[in-house]
Design a protein around this ligand. Sequence first.
Ligand SMILES: Nc1ncnc2c1ncn2[C@@H]1O[C@H](COP(=O)(O)OP(=O)(O)O)[C@@H](O)[C@H]1O
Ligand SMILES: [Mg+2]
Length: 278
Amino acid sequence: MAEAAATSLDPADTILEVNNIEVIYDHVILVLKGVSLSVPRGGITALLGANGAGKTTTLKAISNLLRAERGEVTKGNIVFDGAQVQNQSANELVKRGCIQVMEGRHCFGHLSVEDNLLTGAFTRRDGQAAIREDLELVYTYFPRLKVRRNSQAGYTSGGEQQMTAIGRALMSRPKMILLDEPSMGLAPQLVEEIFEIVKKLNEEQGVSFLLAEQNTNVALRYAKYGYILESGRIVLDGEAAALRENEDVKEFYLGVGGEGRRSFRDVKHYKRRKRWLS
Ligand SMILES: Nc1ncnc2c1ncn2[C@@H]1O[C@H](COP(=O)(O)OP(=O)(O)O)[C@@H](O)[C@H]1O
Ligand SMILES: [Mg+2]
């Protein structure tokens, strides 16, 4: 089955293909139990799931950052832009256009916003002029960062740090950004502002996105397609519009079930009722 999946998609239309991967931490902790997903070239795809479902692990498997966590892909394979990622270092992947923006918006707190952005260009060899040009491009998408360019990143707001983290990723001229929980800890209005910028970057710069989010509501409004991950398995996937209308998604992830609002943390009820588990 894995072989069939590996050859079923046209690499011209598909920028990322994850084929039935298993991930183990510390040689024994099985976290991903056969995850498959794909992202169309120029698409925005959401990877949804509760805390601990395996979203970050999936993104790190793709960007080849698991080794630093004592994690390993033990089955399956991942193809980015026509080539297997397993034999490429994280830096090589960045050069080839695949970059991850870490959860928790990691910035260098002691550097200015602008210097943080410039660190994103470290894999480039096309000279200062091109890099300055792209810096200006980042500022057109994130005008707030231009205002704050000389501020020490550690003293900027959570929203500005998330923008800095995305802007820094843009400085590597990515074809695809793996964006890990951009909404985390941010006020709703700021979340909306950041997703609007993601949408513009997708439409105007052609950047493909894989968005890992617990915030199902906002992610399904901006993504075209979504996958729902639970305990290391994809339990449901579909067009975002269809997922938004799915009764289980409404009940357990959007909190708007027919019988009133209900949290998906109500585990007992969740396991008993959920159609995709029966
Ligand atoms: N470095 C690690 N070593 C061992 N277990 C880990 C490690 N990182 C994550 N895990 C475990 O893997 C599971 C999935 O975690 P994670 O991928 O971070 O989920 P999510 O991003 O969806 O919250 C969790 O049970 C978590 O405790
Ligand atoms: Mg995570």
